[in-house]
Design a protein around this ligand. Structure first.
Ligand SMILES: [Zn+2]
Length: 263
């Protein structure tokens, strides 16, 4: 284990033995020291996936089963190369900004860059492994009352149920979230060899009728940003750990996925 982390664990143990009066101050100062030593994006992964990621060792993520995964391959990549074969660090290349609507700049796709091995490690290596952890969410039980499947891992189903319960009382938004496009589906993104986020049971597509997708508008690689989904819906999802595909240059405004590390 990383020496800095060992130091942190040992220091926390020592603080536990000290008086409670000094405890908060000491812990804060140690965390401040270590924040500067561990990559801030890796710290965010530890904070948002605490059941899986327990530390770092050199340039590797330490998983809770003691296995290691490279964090930053330090390879310069074009946008296309990064999309096809990103490191875990590359997933943070574009900063996702919650609670606002803006038109994304060229290739600005925060969250569209996914290291597949990272998601397989948490949600399942294959279809049957993912499916073992799928549970039912009652989508807007008082108004739409549809049963949908997402993973229970990382509290995804609990978070989606909270989103659903909040949306259930907001009648003016129901047309956007009725007839949802789907949740779990083990599949590759069209014309690619990359697994969709839907494969891991962490994504939901809302009503296609009010959605825009860059592929539908693409004419010889020319398309213009379009969106009909209100910020009010987007913000409710973001509050509970989901990012929105409407913040991508390659926009997909029906799409939300659980990516708390980006928020
Ligand atoms: Zn989707």
């Amino acid at each position: 284990m990383n020496k800095c982390l060992l130091f942190l664990v040992f220091s926390i143990f020592l603080i536990d033995c000290s008086t409670s009066r000094n405890k908060a101050t000491n812990l804060l100062s140690i965390l401040e020291i270590n924040k500067s030593l561990v990559d801030k994006d890796l710290l965010k992964l530890m904070k948002t996936y605490p059941n899986f990621i327990i530390g770092s060792h050199d340039n590797y993520i330490v998983w809770s089963d003691s296995s290691l995964m490279i964090f930053d391959d330090k390879i310069e990549k074009s946008y296309e190369e990064m999309l096809k074969n990103p490191s875990i660090k590359d997933m943070f290349k574009y900063k996702y900004t919650p609670f606002i609507l803006d038109t994304p700049a060229l290739n600005f796709d925060p969250g569209r860059i996914r290291n597949e091995e990272f998601f397989k490690k948490m949600y399942g290596q294959n279809k049957s492994e993912v499916e073992k952890n799928l549970v039912t969410v009652n989508w807007l039980p008082n108004n739409i009352n549809k049963k949908i499947l997402v993973t229970k891992i990382n509290g995804v189903s609990d978070s989606l149920q909270k989103i659903s319960d909040e949306l259930d009382t907001l009648y003016h938004l129901h047309k956007y979230i009725d007839n949802i496009g789907g949740t779990y589906n083990w599949r590759y993104i069209a014309e690619t060899e990359r697994l969709s986020a839907h494969s891991f049971g962490i994504a939901i597509d809302i009503n296609i009728k009010y959605s825009n997708y860059w592929c539908w508008d693409n004419n010889n690689n020319r398309f213009e940003y379009k969106n009909q989904i209100p910020l009010e819906i987007v913000s409710i999802f973001e509050k509970h750990g989901f990012i929105w595909g409407g913040k991508w240059y390659h926009y997909d405004t029906m799409h939300f996925e659980y990516r708390p590390e980006l928020l």
